[in-house]
Design a protein around this ligand. Structure first.
Ligand SMILES: C[S@@+](CC[C@H](N)C(=O)[O-])C[C@H]1O[C@@H](n2cnc3c(N)ncnc32)[C@H](O)[C@@H]1O
Length: 206
């Protein structure tokens, strides 16, 4: 029931964290955190009533007490929290959610797309990325970021490929670009060649 992605997200949570699981959907992350006593408090929230109902059914099934909150991002969250997990959404949605003044200082983010834009905007908004993990699951890499309030200016290669230091992930990106390069117009080819050059540097450094 618990995917590797859920477990890795949970591994970024500490015992004193009071967590909002924003966009909890079926509630598996909240359930995993609660069952394994991995944090001080967990609140499960979602913008959709139907999602919250699914989460409630799961919490009941596994006999755990987790407060559920219907909310667009942090809008209706009145509880005391210091951490948020926002996972399984696109970068634009995540950036919109974290523009709310009640965004906490600690964030665990797992976007579905556009990691460059996400990393760049996090730095611009005064968050530093302190850990990053690449999880291979269902034929796809999921990127999980641990961010805390603080100054950071990532280099171009870090904005593009992250700080996971994961050789397999870098090799996967390099191969993906190699395939893509055959199919794109010249202007894009140059960009992809440059990215492959940067990736090669990261792979060879190891
Ligand atoms: C694909 S599910 C991800 C579920 C879970 N977080 C995960 O990573 O497995 C995305 C969930 O985010 C919710 N969602 C989308 N935008 C939201 C917002 N602005 N505020 C709260 N929840 C949102 C959706 O209703 C949906 O249940």
């Amino acid at each position: 029931m618990y995917s590797e992605r859920i477990k890795i997200i949970a591994s970024e949570i500490s015992e004193n964290d009071r967590v909002v699981d924003v966009g909890c959907d079926h509630g598996y992350l909240s359930l995993y955190l609660k069952q394994n006593k991995l944090c001080a408090e967990i609140f499960a929230s979602d913008i959709k009533e139907s999602a919250l109902n699914m989460a409630k059914t799961n919490f009941k099934k596994y006999n755990v007490k987790i407060k559920t909150i219907l909310s667009d991002g942090f809008e209706n969250i009145k509880e005391d929290y210091n951490t948020a997990v926002i996972a399984g959404m696109g970068t634009s949605t995540i950036l919109k959610i974290i523009s709310h003044p009640k965004t906490p200082d600690k964030l665990v983010l797992a976007s579905n797309n556009d990691y460059y834009k996400l990393r760049l905007n996090l730095n611009k908004r005064g968050y530093k990325i302190v850990d990053e993990k690449a999880v291979w699951e269902k034929n796809h890499y999921y990127i999980i970021l641990l961010c805390i309030k603080g100054k950071q200016k990532l280099k171009l290669k870090e904005l593009l490929f992250g700080i996971s230091n994961d050789d397999d992930y870098y090799k996967y990106l390099w191969k993906k670009n190699k395939e893509l390069i055959k199919k794109v117009p010249i202007r894009k080819k140059i960009k992809l060649f440059y990215e492959m050059f940067l990736l090669k540097g990261l792979i060879e450094k190891k």
